[in-house]
Each structure stands twice: as structure tokens, then as C-alpha cells.
Design a protein around this ligand. Structure first.
Ligand code: XIL
Length: 425
């Protein structure tokens, strides 16, 4: 039986493996070779995605040979096809590596080796500046334990652009400068959403053309303002509703579904090097109409060459309702196979049961499932919670205690779990 396993091993074409069963050490060696190949193909795939993007960026540049208006699109499509093929090869090698590791575990008496980890990922948190300014414990906890900041509200439309001719970047400027001065990265959040828009936008009288102009101006001005300081943006937030249809908002009503295309294209024009994310709630299991709607939207955007780089999975969950690690991993895989990065962008876990110590333990394991899924997914770029400590959660009920630090700013078991999976080399 073991000989059959050796024969089935795709890298054992040198004859020796066919003649006798694999040892555990040999299986591990082969697994490593598959890992190396997978990494190579992942790199090639990323390179092709970059080339596809570049091809499209040339659209407005130098004239091309025959049929100038189609050439960049065709080129981009061919690069994307190549990227897909490389990604499929990479996945195949990853599967072989996993199979061989399982085999090695069965063959040897010693426990199977730990899953190979990639480099640590930034651990982020949403920050409300007025709370930071008024409670130094929040600032201190953030400084000691987090690598990345997301302004909780301060970059939203209503804050930075409250009147048609009035821009106000004072607070987000202070936040970004403070974060960078302390060696933290910043995620920009969020450019186009159905909420927290000023009344001049929500109640204006618009045509498709005039609203597109307003949207373009907002996106370009905001991204350009932070261009050298913020390199990752949630461009569109929550465009798909719970049932998988379009969220009813001013953008969809006046412009139509292609408002999403335009938002990403304007953002890309404003900063071609920025990482552009589609950010969405309820992305915890693949097999749900909402997740399916988002996957379809992403596939459609990618097929049409819209410059979207990643999907932010908000992960506002509870101890009673969340995805398991394998469900979250599966859903991440549905996005990465489209050539997208993923990130956990707003995680919190509301505790809803009555036994506080059991709830803390469940909370630890729910956070752990998402953190593991992220660390084990090569394209998961960061892991953020929506706030730092329970007293300042956006959920006002203190009993929900959804964050990683408690009311006394002590780390909860969930923090150690997340820290171990996200930040530990
Ligand atoms: C929330 C803020 O935390 C609150 O302070 C504000 O009143 C409403 O918005 N998904 C998102 C975030 O993308 O922007 C939301 O932030 C939480 C849900």
C-alpha cells in the first residue's frame, strides 16, 4: 500500500521512490519541494496580475499599433489568463504538499510538523481619534500591541467633505501623521458607502453624469491628499445586500451598478500604486447568497479589468454565529483564486451567552479561527479588529465585550491567540 502511495507521489519520478515505500523524512522533503514550486507559481501569478494591470494603465499612454483601443484590454486578458493558470498550478502543489505532510504524519511515530507559517502579518485596529486623545490607556495599548491603524470614522465622506466646497482633513491628517511617526501603517476607510454621507450628497438633485463627477472629485481629492502616506484603501463598502442583490443607495439608484467600476477606476487613477479593496460585511461562509453575490461581483470586476486588488472581510461576528476556520479559509480561497488579496478588516466577537468565562473561551476560539485562516492564506495581507478595548467598542452595550482588551485594558485570551497567529514569526 505504501508503495502505491510512493508511486502516486508526483515528484517521485526518479525511480527510487517507486521501488520502495517513502519514509516520513522523504515525504517531508517532497512536501518542501512542492511548497517551493507553489511559491514560485504564486510569484509568477502575482507578476502576471501586475502586468495585466500595467497593460490597462497604458490605455491613455502612448498609441499602440493596430486597433489601439482594444490592445491593452486583450493584453490584460492574456496576462490574467496566465495568472490564473499559474495560480491553479500553485494550488495543485500546495495540495500535494499537504497530502505528503499528512502521509509523513501517519508514517512517523513523532507528531506531524507544524504547518509552515509565512511571515507575520500586521495586526490592526480601528481608532477613534477623540477617544485616543481623551484616554491615554487606549493609545498606550495600541502602541504596544498593534501595527496598523484604520480611522474609524474620520476619513468618511461626511467628515472630510461635509459641504460641497468644504474639505476638512485636519483630524485624519493628525491621525495618519501620528501613526506613521510611531511606525504604524494606515488603512484608508472608506471612500464610497451608503452611510455617513453628508446631506448635500444624499439629498442633492443628481443626474448620472453629475453624480459621477462628484464621486470622481471626492475619490481623487481624498486619495491624492494622503497619497504618500496611505497605500491601502477601502474604495467601496457594502455594495451587496444580505440576499446577494445590490444595496439600495444613492450611487446605485442614480448611477447604476457600474458605480463600483467607476469608483475603482478613479481611485486607481489617483494613485496607481495603492492597494484597492472592496470591503464587505457577512463574509464568513462561502455557501450563502450574500457571499455568492460578492464573489460574482468580484469575478465580474476582474473579468472586465477593473483595478480591484483585494476583498476586506469585516467579520463582525458573535460567539453564537461565526464561520469556522475551514469555512473562512474556503471563502478566502474563492477570492484568491480570482487573483485577489484578502484581509480581515473589522473583526469583533460579541459575547452573547450568560457564562462570562465560557464566553471568553468561545471568543478566544472564534478569533483564533479567523486569525488561523488569515495566517495560513498566503494572500491574507492583514488582520484588524474594530477597536482596541471593550469600553470603546462601537457597540454601545458593554456586556457584549467584543474586543481583544477588556475594561481594564488587560489582554484577553483572544488577544494572545490572535497575537500568536498573526504577529509571531
Ligand atoms: C461604524 C463606526 O464604528 C461607528 O462609530 C459609526 O457610528 C458607524 O460606523 N462597517 C464599517 C464601518 O465599514 O465603517 C462601521 O463603522 C462599522 C460597520
Amino acid at each position: 500500500m505504501l508503495a502505491a502511495v510512493a508511486l502516486a507521489c508526483p515528484l517521485s519520478a526518479d525511480g527510487t521512490a517507486e521501488a520502495r515505500p517513502l519514509t516520513a523524512a522523504e515525504a517531508l522533503g517532497l512536501a518542501k519541494r512542492h511548497d517551493r514550486k507553489a511559491r514560485r507559481f504564486e510569484k509568477l501569478s502575482r507578476r502576471e496580475v501586475g502586468r495585466a494591470r500595467k497593460a490597462l494603465a497604458h490605455k491613455s499612454g502612448a498609441p499602440m499599433a493596430a486597433r489601439p483601443e482594444r490592445q491593452p484590454k486583450l493584453k490584460a486578458r492574456s496576462h490574467r489568463r496566465k495568472a490564473k493558470r499559474y495560480a491553479a498550478k500553485a494550488r495543485w502543489h500546495r495540495r500535494q504538499a499537504a497530502r505528503l505532510r499528512r502521509l509523513a504524519g501517519g508514517l512517523s511515530k513523532v507528531p506531524p510538523p507544524p504547518v509552515l507559517r509565512r511571515a507575520p502579518i500586521p495586526l490592526g485596529a480601528a481608532v477613534a481619534w477623540d477617544e485616543f486623545e481623551s484616554d491615554h490607556r487606549l493609545k498606550d495599548t495600541f502602541l504596544s500591541h498593534f501595527d496598523q491603524m484604520t480611522p474609524e470614522n474620520e476619513m468618511k465622506w461626511g467628515h472630510v467633505h461635509p459641504e460641497i466646497l468644504h474639505w476638512n482633513f485636519t483630524t485624519p491628517d493628525a491621525m495618519v501623521d501620528w501613526a506613521l511617526a510611531h511606525g504604524k501603517r494606515v488603512r484608508g476607510h472608506t471612500l464610497i458607502w451608503s452611510k455617513q454621507n453628508p446631506s448635500w450628497v444624499e439629498n442633492g438633485t443628481w443626474t448620472r453624469e453629475s453624480l459621477l463627477l462628484v464621486m470622481k472629485n471626492h475619490i481623487k481629492t481624498t486619495i491624492a491628499h494622503f497619497r504618500d502616506r496611505v497605500h491601502e484603501w477601502d474604495v467601496v463598502n457594502e455594495a451587496i445586500d444580505f440576499h446577494g442583490g445590490w444595496t439600495d443607495n444613492i450611487w446605485y439608484r442614480v448611477i447604476g451598478p457600474d458605480y463600483v467600476d467607476y469608483a475603482f477606476r478613479y481611485a486607481h487613477e489617483a494613485d496607481p500604486h495603492a492597494e484597492l479593496y472592496y470591503n464587505e460585511q457577512w463574509l464568513d461562509v462561502a455557501d450563502h447568497p450574500h457571499s455568492q453575490g460578492v464573489i460574482e461581483l468580484m469575478r465580474d470586476l476582474r473579468n472586465r479589468g477593473v483595478p480591484v486588488d483585494g476583498v476586506g472581510m469585516q467579520a463582525h461576528v458573535t460567539t453564537q454565529a461565526s464561520g469556522s476556520q475551514s469555512q473562512v479559509s474556503e471563502l478566502m480561497g474563492r477570492f484568491t483564486e480570482l487573483g485577489l488579496d484578502v484581509a480581515i478588516t473589522e473583526m469583533d466577537v460579541r459575547t452573547e451567552g450568560s457564562d462570562p468565562s465560557a464566553e471568553r473561551e468561545t471568543q478566544r476560539s472564534v478569533y483564533g479561527a479567523y486569525a488561523r485562516a488569515c495566517r495560513l492564506e498566503p494572500r491574507c495581507t492583514s488582520f484588524s479588529t474594530w477597536g482596541v478595548a471593550d469600553p470603546y467598542s462601537w457597540y454601545e452595550d458593554p456586556a457584549l465585550a467584543p474586543l481583544l482588551f477588556d475594561g481594564d485594558f488587560n489582554a484577553k485570551p483572544a488577544f494572545h491567540e490572535v497575537q500568536d497567529w498573526i504577529r509571531t514569526p
